[in-house]
Ligand binder design. Structure first.
Ligand code: ZN
Length: 152
């Protein structure tokens, strides 16, 4: 268990497409543990592997209902719309308004490489879309409506 260094905007690792995970070996297990530690330490609701400098398709999310670990997640269905404030651990001290789907369905693999499916609405849908974007090298700052603002 370890806290990893969170990469911040400007670091090119955040703009790259991540590779699929083929098997969950010890290194991947350790990475997932570290991602959870890092996410909780930073008080984030989600973290994607590239944010700790690893170009693999792994995401962790916790919107307050316990940890969700997603390997090779793929958003397969979305609907509706929500407009709200979003932030990112890789863009410290800032927030902005982003419109996202209000519902998202994601298929992914768990730590045993079993195929899973998850449906989320509101904050969970937002977190799923935000974190999956990271795996394709996309940051929310490119979707902000109006200006990126400083946190209080
Ligand atoms: Zn983020």
């Amino acid at each position: 268990m370890a806290i990893r260094n969170i990469r911040t905007i400007g670091d090119e690792v955040l703009n790259k497409r991540c590779k699929e995970v083929k098997e969950v070996n010890e290194r991947i297990e350790e990475l997932i543990e570290d991602m959870l530690d890092t996410m909780y330490e930073a008080d984030g609701v989600g973290l994607a592997a590239p944010q700790v400098g690893v170009l693999k398709r792994i995401v962790t999310i916790d919107i307050g209902d316990g940890p969700i670990i997603m390997i090779n997640p793929e958003v397969v269905e979305t609907s509706g719309e929500q407009t709200g404030v979003e932030g990112c651990l890789s863009v410290p001290g800032k927030h902005g308004t982003v419109t996202r789907p209000n519902y998202a369905k994601v298929v992914f693999y768990d730590e045993n490489m079993e195929k899973c499916e998850l449906e989320g609405t509101e904050l969970l849908a937002r977190a799923i879309c935000h974190e999956c974007d990271h795996l394709d090298g996309k940051l929310y700052v490119d979707k902000v409506e109006g200006e990126l603002e400083d946190n209080e």
